[in-house]
Write a protein that binds this ligand. Structure first.
Ligand code: DGJ
Length: 759
């Protein structure tokens, strides 16, 4: 809900449990006043301290700069006196940078306007015609009359989830071209209380989304990605935590960017205990020439506040993504359980080999075969060839994709296909025809990475070529799913297409190109399921989620590494988005041997699949797969798609065990996944206090066992943790949450158990 106080010139935005207040100071500066738990009053301008030294400019013009440098600003401009991180910077025709933004007007529009060319959240009405709109949008227009710059700052508080979406439009209303050198998406100036921490997610290939906490300092803390994609390095996310905040308690301000390219977040405390958080496209790789009459749209930023710790923040973001951000018709639909051939065969496969895998997979109830890298061009038997040549290699794929699809249909399976559209190999027909389509700096040979170059997405001919060639493949056979991969960062970022004064636009134009292609594919093939991927999870972000309801989380499928990767991913993204497969053992990346059941349970907290050569598994393991798939489809998938996520314990923190829960929205059903690290001698059972249950409901507790015989002995169960004699017991939710359950210690490294609770 949005409340505008015309006299006081204040705005109050309310979500179910939070309030956000801003107002005009000195009649023209848009100041931030309050963000936190719901409050009743909206006129709180006293909080701006306008009556304290240095006072507002109309009272003390001699210290205008001092005022601009301390006033909590909603959208701070650079170059005229605010020396904190600014949100916007503009260079005029004289090459001078600096602007001052003052209030011009405001309006409230029904629903949530889309952002041209960019992914953005939507009200439920736009996502589902059957539901009523759940939000309005406040548009406040600021201006710099001298430059002829107008800036709309947009705020959408949602009525059904504690999120405020923000975005920015910059218009050139003047007569001269302008160069935007920084347009961030959001700024949040909050009062510090001391001891605040910044939480971010960093990583690299095979170790994505690692949680890191560090103190907020007066020197400033940065989160940034400079590789042309949101990247392994840094998630487009940061959270400001009150001292000692945990999963269950503490204050959390979270800021997330709905964007898939270079990004910067910055947090710094000033000398007056005020903390500024900003986030947006990284200014280092950004400039945009804005001609008179043109507009520039910055990506959306998502804000949420929780006074019940990180767990509540996670559930808010998960609900928001599932209800208002993931656009795919697949978001709540049962996703296919798939088998992917990458780690089964790498490049060494034929259609016949794929069908052998599919035959075994179909017996286990697996729904889809995903043909990974290697099916296309003339020479894709190693990473160096054929990227860009999106036509089937008939030598490997005898009969082509239509034949493969027809054979799969006989097995009641569908076909999924891998692409890496942003890339080009030197050994490709595409490169031989268009060497100028490669990103390159004049006179310099571009750096290869994974033996490939990056295509110039600022050139519309490149985008057209990719849409046409991918769509031709999709029309050649009814492909149900594509895995869109991206296996190198952008370097040598120069375009043969753009003029000299627009070269710095390439980074953002690259991202716009990806969005345009995925948007077009989904428009032309509305049933298509896209799974995004980038060398594992290097582009797992809210921008890509708009197009693809699931994203490949990491090439590292070892459940022990995945425990850390999943904890970071689940912190901000729904588990239904987390691509998760059972790998072979020992694991190809870590060399670790992990029990089959642990690999299965770990992968079931996500969009489930297999990535191993099922034809090489012993018969009893193939039989277990049948049971795993059936259990996933019946019990796990509904909880993964629609349930609430609770983090109980963290292997990252305690070094010994990990535990998490999924609970159905109606609280009638839940699963607990408990994972043990190394077996330890002479230990007692673990006490686990459950969360999220209905305190008054009775729950029947069952350990999930695959491979049980008629007497209940399980081939997959052996000497693992058992529920301290509680298997089959019935207890109330309050007992389970306050007194807890016991998980006995297993004398097997990396053992795990899954507990099914049903009311
Ligand atoms: C990287 C992806 O993360 C893998 O899953 C696989 O698709 C390879 N690329 C193929 O080249």
């Amino acid at each position: 809900m949005i409340t505008y106080n015309r006299e006081a010139k204040t705005w109050k935005l309310d979500t179910p449990h939070t309030s956000y207040v801003m107002g005009l100071v000195d009649g023209k500066y848009l100041a931030h006043i309050y963000y936190g738990a719901s409050i009743s009053d909206g006129n709180l301008t006293y909080l701006v301290r306008a009556n304290e030294n240095p006072f507002v400019p109309s009272q003390n013009p001699a210290e205008k700069q001092g005022f601009l440098d301390v006033c909590p600003m909603e959208y701070p401009a650079c170059g005229t006196g605010d020396f904190r991180q600014g949100a916007i910077s503009v260079e005029n025709v004289c090459g001078q940078e600096g602007l001052e933004l003052v209030y011009k007007c405001q309006m409230i529009v029904a629903g949530k306007p889309p952002i041209p060319g960019l992914p953005a959240s939507f009200d439920t009405k736009a996502g589902d015609e059957k539901q009523a709109s759940s939000c309005d949008t406040l548009v406040i227009t600021l201006e710099d009359p001298l430059l002829g710059v107008e800036v709309d700052v947009l705020y959408t508080p949602f009525d059904d989830v504690d999120v405020i979406a923000r975005s920015v439009v910059v218009r050139n209303k003047g007569r001269e071209p302008l160069h935007l050198t920084r347009v961030l998406s959001a700024c949040l100036d909050v009062g510090g209380e001391g001891g605040e921490e910044l939480l971010t997610l960093y990583g690299t290939w095979a170790r994505e989304h690692q949680i890191e906490r560090r103190p907020v300092t007066h020197g400033g803390e940065v989160v940034e990605a400079l590789r042309g994609e949101s990247g392994h390095d840094s998630q487009p996310f940061m959270a400001l935590l009150s001292e000692h905040a945990s999963y269950e308690s503490g204050r959390v301000y979270a800021l997330q960017l709905v964007y898939s390219g270079d990004l910067m977040g910055h947090v710094k405390e000033n000398a007056f205990d005020s903390i500024r958080m900003v986030m947006g496209i990284h200014p280092e790789h950004f400039a945009w020439k804005l001609m008179p009459g043109e507009a520039f749209y910055a990506p959306e930023a998502v804000l949420t506040f929780s006074d019940q710790g990180l767990g509540n923040m996670s559930r808010t973001l998960h609900d928001f993504d599932r209800t208002h951000l993931i656009r795919s018709k697949w978001k709540f639909a049962k996703r296919p359980v798939l088998i992917n051939n990458w780690e089964a065969t790498y490049f060494d496969f034929t259609a016949e080999k794929l069908l052998q895998i599919a035959q075994e997979a179909s017996k286990a109830g697996i729904d889809m075969l995903v043909c990974d890298d290697g099916w296309f061009g003339h020479n894709r038997n190693q990473p160096s060839g054929s990227l860009g040549d999106w036509f089937v290699n008939e030598a490997k794929m005898e009969g082509g994709l239509a034949h493969l699809d027809a054979e799969l249909r006989k097995l009641h399976m569908r076909l999924g296909l891998w692409f890496e559209p942003e890339m080009i190999s030197v050994d490709s027909d595409l490169y031989r025809a268009h060497p100028d389509w490669v990103l390159q700096l004049k006179g310099r040979t571009p750096s290869l990475c994974r033996d490939q170059y990056v295509l110039d997405f600022s050139n519309p001919a490149v985008i057209r070529y990719l849409i046409d060639s991918i769509e031709k493949v999709l029309r050649s056979a009814p492909i149900a799913y594509i895995k869109w991969d991206m296996n190198r960062p952008l370097s040598d970022v120069g375009s043969n297409y753009l003029p000299a004064d627009q070269q710095k636009e390439i980074w953002h134009r690259h991202v716009l190109g990806i969005y345009k292609i995925q948007e077009t594919l989904l428009c032309d093939f509305p049933d298509l399921l896209i799974e995004n991927c980038s060398s594992g999870g290097a582009r797992f972000d809210a921008g890509m989620l708009y197009y693809s309801p699931q994203i490949w989380c990491s090439d590292d499928m070892d459940p022990i590494e995945r425990a850390m990767i999943h904890e970071g991913t689940e912190l901000i993204y729904p588990v239904s988005a987390m691509g998760s497969h059972i790998c072979k053992t020992p694991n190809d990346i870590t060399g670790r041997n992990v029990p089959f059941r642990t690999r299965a349970f770990s992968a079931m907290i996500g969009t489930f699949g297999y990535e191993l050569d099922i034809t090489k598994l012993p018969g009893e393991e193939r039989a277990l797969i049948r049971e795993q798939v059936a259990f996933y489809k019946k019990v796990m998938q509904p909880l993964v798609l629609e349930g609430d996520y609770y983090r109980l314990e963290s292997l990252r923190i305690n070094g010994a065990f990990d535990a998490q829960m999924l609970v159905s929205k109606n609280k009638r059903e839940a699963v607990v996944f408990f994972l043990q690290g190394l077996a330890r001698p002479n230990t007692k059972s673990r006490l686990l206090r459950l969360q999220g249950l209905d305190p008054l409901r009775n729950y029947r507790i069952e350990e999930v066992k695959f491979g049980s015989d008629s007497e209940g002995n399980s081939s997959d169960w052996m000497d693992g943790p058992v529920l301290g004699g509680m298997d089959g017991a019935v207890l109330t939710g309050d007992t389970l949450m306050h007194a807890g359950i016991l998980i006995e210690h297993a004398r097997i490294d990396f053992w795990s158990t899954m507990v099914h609770l049903k009311s």
